[in-house]
Design a protein around this ligand. Sequence first.
Ligand code: ZN
Length: 92
Amino acid sequence: MVIFKNIKSILVNMSQSHVCLTCGRPFPEGQGIILTLAGRTLEFHSKACAYSFLKDLVFSISEDCVSSPLRDVYEKRQEALEEMKKRAEKKI
Ligand SMILES: [Zn+2]
């Protein structure tokens, strides 16, 4: 009976686990990084594996396609940094 319980828990754990798209390592639910992009679920066991995949993805996009979203995200981050600076100055 104990063996049966263990097998059942292993099967449950296997069905809930994910497999890293970069290195193939399995990881449990609640860990790693899971993204849904263009209808695809992307699963990574670590930030390094996610970075490696996303870097590959970004550099495979043509400059014509990436320049507009790059400018938008870049400006958004710049504005956020400026806002953080202003808030820090107010506190002093
Ligand atoms: Zn990995």
